[in-house]
Design a protein around this ligand. Structure first.
Ligand code: 5GP
Ligand code: ZN
Length: 139
């Protein structure tokens, strides 16, 4: 596994190093998890790779492998029956902290937790088929 990478001025790297306190839930050689300081609902937590990178695509695969299993463990520990797993990449996608993080957000009722906009558009079969070929060729 490639070594972890830290950024001195990153708030989440500083949390991993213990320079900024957090309510820690999980800590392994490559993954860290803690309660969100301004929760959308009770139990809202963040799971982060110890390898610093802003977007999911900046993190080597081997540093991503624990993120969902740990999010699942936290979801179970929270007791949430309904919850959302969210991972924002980029400002217009609502990312504020530029260190990859997976949110586990309990959804106890309509008011609390994540509100989701879902601006679906009618799919065009020909355009979808063209896009499918294009993306498949790059996988
Ligand atoms: P984003 O919008 O980038 O996906 O979410 C960033 C999350 O990090 C927010 O939910 C915010 O409350 C949380 N956060 C930001 N700074 C801190 C901090 O210093 N400690 C903790 N525990 N959470 C933080
Ligand atoms: Zn960082």
């Amino acid at each position: 596994m490639s070594a972890v990478k830290m950024a001195a001025n990153c708030i989440f790297c500083r949390i991993i190093k213990g320079e900024i306190p957090s309510m820690k839930l999980y800590d392994s050689d490559k993954t860290f998890a803690f309660l969100d300081i301004n929760p959308l609902s009770k139990g809202h937590a963040l799971v982060i790779p110890k390898y610093h990178g802003a977007k999911l695509t900046d993190i080597p695969d081997e540093h991503l492998t624990e993120l969902l299993p740990v999010a699942s463990r936290i979801a179970k520990a929270s007791g949430a029956e309904n919850f959302n797993i969210l991972q924002n990449n980029g400002r217009i996608a609502h990312q504020v902290v530029d260190h990859v993080h997976v949110h586990m957000i309990p959804k106890p009722n309509e008011q609390e937790g994540l509100g989701v906009g879902w601006p679906q558009q009618q799919g065009n079969k020909d355009e979808l088929a063209k896009l499918h070929e294009e993306m498949k060729s790059k996988m």
